[in-house]
Design a binder for this molecule. Sequence first.
Ligand SMILES: [Zn+2]
Length: 340
Amino acid sequence: MKTKYYLFALLLFIGIIISTYFIFTKNKMKEKELMVIKEQETLLPYIQNTTAYKEEYKSAYKEIFYNDFPTFFKEVNIFLNQSYTPDEINHIYTYLSRSNIEKLLDYDKVNLERYYAIPNFEIDKIDRYEEYEKEKNCSLSQAVLYVNIGLDHAFYTQIVEIDNKEDYTVLVNKYRSLNTYEPTDLVPLSYDEKYQLRKEARDAFEQLVSFGKLNNVFIRPYSAYRSYTYQQSIYNTYVNKDGQEMADTYSARPGHSEHQTGLAVDVWSEGFQEILESDANWLKENAYKYGFIVRYTKETEPITGYIEEPWHLRYLGVDLATKVYESNLTYDEYYDLYLK
Ligand SMILES: [Zn+2]
């Protein structure tokens, strides 16, 4: 009996020693963190004996952290003159990109605190964000995201030419054009040589098809790479048939089709001229395992401007496709939030 008590006492003692040790080291770490903050140097001693020094800003200089680059003093004075607080100025130099800072210097005073939690905001779009927020009565972060995509303007307006056309991550939509770009590493699909994809996407697609077969899903390609001129002829055919407004909901204008990247492929169920619902559902939940996403769903219509296309697969690579799949976002949104 007695040995049991001794054993219990011993365990209790060891437990107390271990927890004291952890509490002690944690406190030590906190002290260290505080020291770092204290040690961060303020601007005052650096600016004091220079021509940039302004007596009226003396107390502010004491609260602004010093940064070591040539135009820092001048910029701080501009921000103080615009009545930014030291806290806001510290935030600017800790979190904003250089290009955002430069735009901010030329901009009227912005209520920056509203944007502290929205890392994807861009200074030169602030007026558009606030207008969109009011008009749609949405959150500011939602407004930032949608305006960044371009959605405060009609589709196919304010178009920019894409600068990373070769990247597997390239974002193509109704605001971003590939112009007449042609990929250089197209290879034929084994199903039929007339269908081509870029090599990495081709290999992944063949694996996806094999993986499908193991799960009783039999798919085949019916459209893959499409050149600018080919897309142009398809689009024009649809416009002549249905009118431009209607054609725009299901066919991309030349330069704006993902098929032109050589990273998109449309699939039908084997033996059919369509994709069966069961196959479409399987693709939606499994294609990412081989690097593909189903790019246009019913829910994404307002953002992409395309009606549901359960047959259209876009290659992103396994890592990125998995992240996009798990995020439940359109690729347009994901790109703005995490890849820009
Ligand atoms: Zn397609």
